[in-house]
Each structure stands twice: as C-alpha cells, then as structure tokens.
Ligand binder design. Structure first.
Ligand SMILES: C[S@@+](CC[C@H](N)C(=O)[O-])C[C@H]1O[C@@H](n2cnc3c(N)ncnc32)[C@H](O)[C@@H]1O
Length: 376
C-alpha cells in the first residue's frame, strides 16, 4: 500500500465510519485541552496577530476534524474578551491537513454549519474564519515559510510515512517479522531498530518542516500514542490483531506468508525519545511534555457527553467497541492487504481477545503523549 496516497480512516457517516467511532480520539482532545489553552495564552502574552494562521495536521473527518480548531477559537475569543480589545478578535486562516485519501468532502460538507454556529455563538465581530483543506503528508513542507502561528496535531504522529524498509526479509532474512504486524517482544532486534529508525527520521523531518512554516514564537501542541519507560515495545492492539490473523492462518483461511509480510507503519515512542529528538532538531523549545491514560474504548467520553449514544453503546461489550474503533482506523489498510472477505471474522475474533484481556486486566489503559513546543 502506498501509505501517503491510500491510507485513510473509514469514510462517511455510517456505523463503521471513523466519524461514528472516534470516542478515544475525542477523549484525548478533551484531556489535552489544557495544553492547548496554555499555549494560546502564552502566544497572546507576546503577540496579537491581525490574522492568526492555524493548522490541524491529520484532521481526518467527523466530529474531531473541526473540534480542535473550534476549541482554539473559543480560547482566542475568551482571551480577547479578557484583554478588553473592544471584542475585536484576529481573523483566522485555518488549514485542515490530512493525506489525500481522507474524506475531505465530508469535512467540507460540515463547514457551513460550523461557520453558522461560530456566528451565532460569537457574533459578527468575531473572525472571520477562512478554512482551507490541505491534502498532503505532514512529513514534508505543506505551506510557505513563516506562515503559521499555531500548529495542532492529535492522534496522527504515531503513523509513520512508510513501513520501515526491509521488514519483508527479502534482503536480510533476520529482518522478517514473522507472525507479527508491529515490533513485538518476540520480534528480532533488527525489526525493533528499524521501527525506531523510521520514527526518528520521520519525526525529525516533521519538526524541520514545521520549523520552516512557523513564525518565531509560534506554538505547536502534538498528541500521539506512546509507551511508558518500562513498557515493552509491543502494542496491545497490533499484538492482538496479529494473534487473530495467525488464528486464521492455522485454520487455512489466509496464508502465513501473507501475515509475515504485513507490517503497520506505526510507532509509539517514549516521552524521552520525543524530548531527545526535539533537542536534537533544535528549532523548538520543549515547553511541556506529558503523558496520560484513557480507556481503550473511549467510553468515558460517551458517558460524559452523549446520553443517547451512551445507551446505544452499552449493548456492545468493551471488546466490541474497541474492535469497531480500530476497524474504522486500520480497516482500509487490512482490507487492501488481505481482502474484504475476512474483515468481519477478523474483527469479531479481535473483539473477543480484547474482552478476555480486559477481564484479566481491567485496569489496562491506552497511553498518550502530549508535547507543547515553542518555535525559537
Ligand atoms: C486517528 S486519525 C486522528 C484524526 C483527528 N486528529 C482526531 O483526533 O480524531 C489519524 C489521522 O492522521 C492522518 N495521517 C496519518 N499520516 C499522515 C501524514 N503523513 N500526513 C497527514 N496526515 C496523516 C490519517 O490519515 C488520519 O486521518
């Protein structure tokens, strides 16, 4: 799969869409709100731009696509009111970035109601807000030099630009990641190193590209999946999916070779790795680094925010909710590789593995890292 051309979350508004299965990501946005707020406050302590240029990188589609932007505008509005600037806010130029395969049409279709709500809630003196879609990879330049005041990215930077080269084992049999789709405790050390190296290259390129696009003093808040210092490299979701794929192999439903050659372009770093790469690249001051846990199924978000949805979700087990969410995220990639016929069975088994895991480890949580940076 050409990751940069074809990877996308499940499109549309249907039951299996990302839009209907992004509770974890929504939760993560709520938790990181204080980081965004602090960064906005800090920015406005030093500057008040006539037009504020904001980019949300890896925006996807559905309710989270405009959620961060909307929050940022609320915070700027509150800040302007506190500064008593005769309620004159800056104008906003918003860039919504994702890979070209993203459901941008879905995002564009929601823009008029977004603009209407903005006017109703904040009045005619607020903004205006100009919004543009920006298809392309964030591992490289997206905008002209010195354009952006604020960059936000949530739940996207753990996706690598590609599967680390060599994992098919064609050049070096030691590199073949047998029976696994991500670096695991049983993977050869060469596989683990290849993942680390790919993340390092990608993250440094990401920082370099943003450094060029951002103005001095600009702020950036990034959230991504991570792991704790004493965690092994394995990541439960990919470990469990590999296990289910290997079950299908043992029943002759798919070929072992196919599973051996499938790997995800994903990496969950330690917070220390992020710190070290920020220092090494040196264009940004690391203002704050943090980590937090959320439930794997994001159910706490539904419980707090949407009563009706909460009752409809209650009929599903936790494992089923997690399976729906991961299918919305990685389903397109798996389908591309293994074909659509096995998807229902694969995710059914996957939900059962999660239910079993959570019965034995009810405290199991998903770790996220959050980083707040200032452009030097
Ligand atoms: C799990 S979604 C998160 C979306 C949204 N930010 C949220 O919080 O719900 C990850 C998004 O990152 C996008 N993405 C992954 N790699 C990317 C890249 N190299 N450049 C731009 N977007 C990317 C994916 O297409 C996907 O839409």
């Amino acid at each position: 799969m050409d990751m940069l051309q074809e990877f996308h979350m499940n499109k549309g508004q249907g039951e299996d869409s990302y839009a209907k299965n992004c509770n974890v990501q929504n939760n993560i946005l709520s938790v990181t709100k204080s980081f965004v707020e602090e960064a906005i406050q800090g920015y406005f302590d030093n500057d008040f731009p006539e037009t504020m240029a904001i980019a949300d990188l890896g925006c996807s589609s559905g309710p989270t696509a405009l959620a961060a932007v909307s929050e940022i505008m609320d915070m700027v509005n509150a800040r302007c009111l506190r500064m008593d600037r005769n309620s004159a806010s800056p104008k906003f130029m918003v860039f919504l970035n994702d890979l070209p395969g993203n459901d941008f049409n879905g995002v564009f279709a929601s823009l008029s109601s977004f603009q209407k709500k903005l006017k109703e809630e904040k009045g005619n003196d607020f903004g205006p807000c100009f919004i543009a879609g920006l298809p392309g990879t964030f591992y490289g330049r997206l905008l002209p030099t010195n354009t952006l005041h604020f960059v936000h990215s949530s739940c996207s930077l753990h996706w690598l630009s590609q599967v680390p080269p060599g994992l098919d084992g064609k050049d070096n049999p030691m590199m073949q990641n047998k029976g696994k789709m991500y670096a695991s405790v049983t993977s050869p050390s060469e596989v683990v190193d290849a993942y680390k190296l790919q993340f390092r290259k990608d993250f440094l390129l990401f920082l370099k590209s943003r450094a060029e696009e951002m103005i001095s003093g600009g702020r950036m808040v990034l959230t991504l999946m991570g792991r704790r210092l004493n965690d092994p490299i394995s990541y439960y979701p990919w470990e469990f999916l590999s296990q289910c794929l290997m079950n299908l192999v043992s029943e002759g439903i798919i070929e072992e070779e196919k599973v051996n050659s499938f790997n995800v372009p994903f990496y969950a770093p330690y917070v220390e790795e992020l710190k070290q790469l920020v220092e090494e690249e040196s264009s940004f001051f690391g203002y704050r680094f943090g980590s937090f846990e959320v439930e794997w199924d994001g159910h706490e978000h539904v419980k707090h925010n949407n009563n009706e949805l909460f009752h409809s979700c209650e009929v599903l087990t936790q494992g089923e909710r997690i399976a729906k969410m991961h299918r919305a995220v990685i389903g397109s990639m798996l389908e591309h590789f293994f074909g659509g016929e096995i998807m229902d069975e694969l995710f059914h088994r996957y939900s059962r593995v999660w239910d079993d895991h959570l019965t034995h480890k009810p405290d199991s949580k998903c770790l996220s890292l959050v980083v707040s940076l200032i452009r030097n």
